[in-house]
Design a protein around this ligand. Structure first.
Ligand SMILES: [Zn+2]
Length: 260
């Protein structure tokens, strides 16, 4: 990947940029045409009960790892870029058969992928992590994230690690364009420290928000208000709480956040 931006807010738009489109029809891809839309490998103790995953599926490469689980992830065809939802669950039981259940399910596009990922609320960002992307949740320990990525990559030990195809377009989000309807990361990061400011220092921070409000689409105002109100609840400084709530009210009516 040539672009240096390795973090985007988790949105459908970001997923579409990362996933791109398959570069040819299914029937023209030697890997994908060998893989059914849904394939499964199921074993009870030592007996394989279902085996419809063709050897070509071993060519798929890990693509997106999900924070909080190493039982499900997204792989991609190295030839055409098609996406696959992968699961691998092992269940041990002492008084009934132990089972291994693996599935490979083709995913048509980023929208279908988002539905499988259970919507956008669950994830905060999507970040580049070595050779894969990682859908990042809040409140997951860094060590657990590393373990999830390592566990998933282990399942691809039979294939050489390969660099992923570049996204269809370079990801944005680090730059802000006029009329953008996405709140940039910097304003989320700043909101985390707003509760610690007061007086002129707080006004100076609010001016930063005004600078962005001048550029961004009016639809971001509701989101900025929510950031201010959350910060107001978080602060222990009563003057700061009142000021942040007043700033939220002002932005809501279309005024400036900072005092003139
Ligand atoms: Zn393919």
């Amino acid at each position: 990947m040539t672009g240096q931006i390795a973090r985007m807010r988790f949105t459908l738009d970001a997923l579409q940029q990362i996933c791109g489109q398959p570069d040819r029809p299914l029937s023209d891809c030697p890997t994908c045409r060998a893989i059914p839309d849904g394939a499964r490998w199921y074993q009870e103790d030592d007996t394989v009960k279902v085996d419809t995953i063709p050897p070509e599926a071993q060519r798929l490469v890990a693509f997106i790892v999900l924070d909080g689980t190493n039982l499900e992830w997204i792989a991609r065809c190295p030839d055409c870029g098609r996406l696959y939802w992968m699961t691998d669950e092992y269940e041990y039981s002492s008084n009934s058969p132990s089972t291994t259940d693996r599935t490979v399910t083709r995913v048509d596009n980023a929208e279908a992928l988002l539905r499988r990922m259970k919507g956008i609320r669950q994830y905060k960002d999507i970040v580049r992590d070595g050779n894969v992307w990682r859908a990042q949740k809040k409140g997951v320990w860094a060590a657990d994230r590393r373990d999830s990525v390592a566990d998933v990559l282990k399942r691809f030990a039979t294939t050489e690690p390969q660099p992923l195809p570049s996204p269809a377009e370079p990801p944005r989000a680090a730059t802000v364009t006029i009329g953008d309807s996405t709140i940039p990361d910097v304003l989320y990061d700043l909101a985390n420290v707003l509760p610690t400011f007061e007086g002129v220092d707080l006004e100076s921070q609010l001016q930063t928000y005004d600078g962005f409000l001048d550029i961004l689409a009016p639809t971001v105002r509701a989101g900025i208000c929510a950031l201010f109100r959350t910060a107001a609840q978080a602060t222990t400084i009563s003057a700061t709480r009142a000021r942040l709530n007043a700033a939220a009210d002002a932005v809501e009516r279309g005024d400036r956040a900072a005092l003139p």
